[in-house]
Design a protein around this ligand. Structure first.
Ligand SMILES: [Zn+2]
Length: 283
C-alpha cells in the first residue's frame, strides 16, 4: 500500500519527467473531468503532500490525485506499450517525450492551485515535507488521550504520510500495543520521531525497510508477517483490522477507508489489551 515515502518517490520521478514540460494531451477518465483538457499548459512542479500528489501548471491549475489502496503512476516513452489494464487508467498526462499514466487512483480531480487548501488543508504536518513540526504532531496526538495509538498514527490530520506499515513497525519497535490509548504513552515524541526517521530512510527508494535489511522477506519486523515468528521473541505475529469508533473514523475517512486499517503486532513484545470486541473485528 502506498505510504508517504512511496508518494514522495513517485513525485520525484514524475517531476523529473514532467516539470518544465508542456502538456500536449491530457485524458482524465473520471466522469467529472472527462472533458477537461490541459493541453498547452506547462507543468511547473509535482508535489507530494502526505499521500496526495499535486501537479501544478502555469495556468494556475492543479491536478490532484490520491493513491488510496492500489493506485500507481507509470512513466512511458510515447511509443511504449503500457503495462496495465486499460480499464484501470484514471489519468493520462502526455508531453512531447513522456507519457504519465495513473492507474487505479482513488482521487483524480482538477482544481485551481489556490484551491488546494480545500483538498489538503486538513492534513497535519507532512513527515517528509518542509512544514514538519514534531511538537505540533505531539500536540495533535495529545488532544485525544483515549484514542488508540494505532489509529491516531495514521490519521492524516495528525501528520501526513504514514500508513499501516509505519504504524505497525513503529508500535513494534517501541514495544507499544497498537490498541493502547494515546494518553497512556509517555514518549509520544519518541514515537513520532521514529516515524520520521524510518520514512526519511526510505524516501529515495520507497522500499519501506524498517529492519535495516533490504533482503526480500527481511525488510520489516511485523508488517505482512502474520503467523510467522517474531524476529525478537519467536511469538506468532498477529494481524487484525483496527477499526476505531465511528465518530473518529468518519472524519478521518478522507484519506483512509476502514479496509485500510490493518495492523500487525507481536503480543509478547507489545503487551496490552490488544483488539477488543468493541473496536475491532478479527480477520
Ligand atoms: Zn515478539
Amino acid at each position: 500500500m502506498p505510504e508517504g515515502d512511496t508518494v514522495f518517490v513517485a513525485a520525484t520521478r514524475l517531476a523529473a519527467a514532467l516539470a518544465g514540460e508542456r502538456l500536449v494531451e491530457t485524458d482524465f477518465r473520471v466522469p467529472a473531468f472527462a472533458t477537461t483538457d490541459l493541453a498547452g499548459q506547462v507543468v511547473l512542479e509535482v508535489a507530494a503532500r502526505g499521500k496526495h500528489l499535486l501537479f501544478r501548471t502555469d495556468h494556475g491549475l492543479t491536478v490532484h490525485t490520491h493513491f488510496k489502496m492500489e493506485g500507481t503512476w507509470h512513466l512511458y516513452r510515447p511509443s511504449e506499450r503500457w503495462r496495465g489494464q486499460s480499464h484501470e487508467v484514471r489519468a493520462v498526462l502526455r508531453t512531447a517525450n513522456r507519457v504519465a499514466v495513473g492507474f487505479r487512483l482513488g482521487i483524480v480531480e482538477v482544481l485551481s492551485t489556490r484551491g488546494e487548501p480545500n483538498v489538503i488543508g486538513h492534513l497535519g504536518p507532512d513527515v517528509l515535507g518542509p512544514d514538519w513540526d514534531v511538537d505540533e504532531v505531539v500536540r495533535r496526538l495529545r488532544s485525544d488521550p483515549p484514542r488508540e495509538i494505532g489509529g491516531a498514527l495514521i490519521d492524516q490530520r495528525v501528520m501526513a504520510g504514514p500508513g499501516n506499515v509505519y504504524k505497525s513497525e513503529v508500535c513494534f519497535l517501541r514495544g507499544i500495543d497498537p490498541w493502547a490509548p494515546v494518553g497512556s504513552i509517555e514518549d509520544l515524541e519518541g514515537m513520532v520521531t521514529l516515524v520520521k526517521r524510518l520514512m526519511e530512510a526510505n524516501r529515495t527508494t520507497g522500499m519501506q525497510v524498517t529492519t535495516g535489511d533490504t533482503r526480500r522477506g527481511r525488510e520489516r519486523w511485523v508488517y505482512g508477517r502474520a503467523g510467522q515468528g517474531c524476529r525478537r521473541c519467536g511469538t506468532q505475529v498477529r494481524r487484525a483490522m483496527q477499526v476505531e469508533d465511528s465518530s473518529v473514523a468518519s472524519t478521518a475517512s478522507v484519506d483512509e477507508g476502514p479496509n485500510e486499517r490493518v495492523t500487525f503486532w507481536c503480543p509478547s513484545c507489545q503487551p496490552g489489551m490488544g483488539p477488543s470486541v468493541r473496536t475491532s473485528r478479527r480477520t
